[in-house]
Design a binder for this molecule. Structure first.
Ligand code: COA
Length: 329
């Protein structure tokens, strides 16, 4: 028994913040941001939109695409590091907004690797027969945890959500839709390279911690950059081995969108042609756990990625945690 993706969806807030808008806030320029990251603009959620609203919006679209009514959902997993509240999980609010009563719903925290982690968990529930209709969401409202005075981080991130519905494989032929392989890793020794240091139980919020912006994203960008290329490449190779797929058989690289230079280097090391590399970082920036499912859904809806295509997904972020998933759509 294997699992497969039955439908995809995404939600992006309408408000656009361009690089030139950011140049009004911090000492930066459109040219610097585009050259160093590939980002031109990102979406920002207005204050009346919460993470769970975006997550539910993406999940509703994925359910519609899958033809699955909400009352058939038997598990909801939300990958996020920017949930509505420290407690309860954002997934429970998504359950309420979808109208999927009494199914288990929980969040997982693996930052930019969150979507592939959540997909691997959904796969485990399905192949062991514990669930048949799983909603997997990656959703982030990073604009509310970014330090808008730190030019090293605020230029990178954006808001949005993406979702897939996962179910058991319906047809077991060689070319059937399937999740072919996953690979997950964490190296906790680099936890300090990318974190929100305050606001948890280790450093509860105080007036001093707010002044020091400890409740905002802190990142050593170059540390992350160096490990990203190496680890994303190796995790992709592991998923290919698990799926018994040669790199030439991969139709699309659907990677987490952190930096266009990281993406180019990973594709080149893997030997994937540039025309097979999906990107939207120029329009949406880094949306952490949401970035892979947003990119996937945009390309499914545009008709570029089609049923039967082989898609290699990978992500790396705070933890550091990283992983990959190889699917035949
Ligand atoms: N605008 C203009 N200058 C900037 C800037 C900005 N927004 N941000 C940093 N700089 C400056 C730095 O202060 C530094 O100046 P200095 O040489 O005078 O000290 C110079 O640009 C180079 O900084 P550096 O940090 O070396 O730049 P970089 O090429 O590494 O790019 C990142 C910075 C953040 C874009 C890059 O490190 C990166 O993408 N890292 C990975 C981040 C990532 O993937 N994070 C999330 C994982 S999900």
């Amino acid at each position: 028994m294997r699992s497969q993706i039955l439908g995809t969806g995404h939600f992006l807030p309408d408000t656009v913040r361009t690089n030139n808008d950011l140049a009004q806030l911090v000492d930066t320029s459109d040219e610097w941001i585009r050259e160093r990251t590939g980002i031109r603009e990102r979406r920002i959620a207005p204050l009346d939109i919460q993470n769970s609203d975006m997550a539910a919006g993406a999940a509703k679209r994925a359910l519609e695409a899958a033809g699955v009514p909400a009352n058939e959902v038997d598990l909801i997993i939300v990958a996020t590091v920017t949930g509505d509240h420290p407690m309860p999980a954002t997934a429970v609010l998504v359950q309420q907004k979808l109208g999927a009563p009494n199914c288990p719903a929980f969040d997982i925290s693996a930052a930019c690797a969150g979507f592939v982690y959540a997909l691997a968990i959904a796969d485990a529930f399905i192949v062991t027969g514990r669930a048949r209709r799983v909603v997997v969401v990656g959703s982030e409202l990073l604009s509310r945890v970014v330090n808008w005075q730190d030019r090293g981080t605020c230029i990178l991130f954006g808001d949005g959500a993406g979702a897939v519905v996962v179910g058991p494989q319906e047809d077991e032929s060689d070319r059937a839709s399937a999740l072919l392989g996953t690979s997950l890793h964490t190296d906790g020794s680099l936890a300090g390279s990318l974190m929100i240091p305050g606001g948890g139980t280790a450093k509860p919020v105080t007036a001093e911690s707010l002044d020091a912006a400890e409740n905002k994203v802190f990142m050593r960008g170059q540390d992350i950059f160096k490990v990203a290329v190496k680890n994303l490449t190796s995790t992709c190779r592991e998923a290919l081995v698990k799926g018994s797929i040669d790199i030439d058989q991969v139709d699309w690289l659907c990677s987490h969108q952190a930096n266009l230079r990281i993406l180019d280097q990973v594709a080149s090391r893997l030997g994937i042609a540039p025309e097979k590399v999906l990107t939207n970082i120029d329009r949406v920036g880094n949306t952490s756990s949401a970035s892979i499912p947003i990119l996937l859904d945009e390309n499914v809806r545009s008709g570029k990625v089609r049923k039967g295509d082989t898609v290699l997904m990978c992500g790396l972020g705070a933890g550091i945690s990283w992983g990959s998933a190889l699917i035949r759509l």
